[in-house]
Write a protein that binds this ligand. Sequence first.
Ligand SMILES: [Cu+2]
Length: 90
Amino acid sequence: MKKLFIVLFLVSSNVFAAEISVKVQGMVCSMCAQGIKKKFSTIKEVKGIDVNLGQKIVTITTEEGKDVGDDQIKKIITEAGYNVANIERK
Ligand SMILES: [Cu+2]
């Protein structure tokens, strides 16, 4: 029974919350990271945002059943002064 709950939890967390990995060119320091985090945190569909400066990857976790479109992601990052190299969804 315990196993079933774990399986259900894993399935539901994968189906409803999307994780979007965005490769961003031009991020060099923690100020860049903070600026990007701030911009994304104002979007209601965004549950969490993580910036990996070493790999230049911004990971966006969305609220359950919500999505942030590629166009919107590109717009935010471009307006902040950076370039989107790649967007990957899991
Ligand atoms: Cu910077």
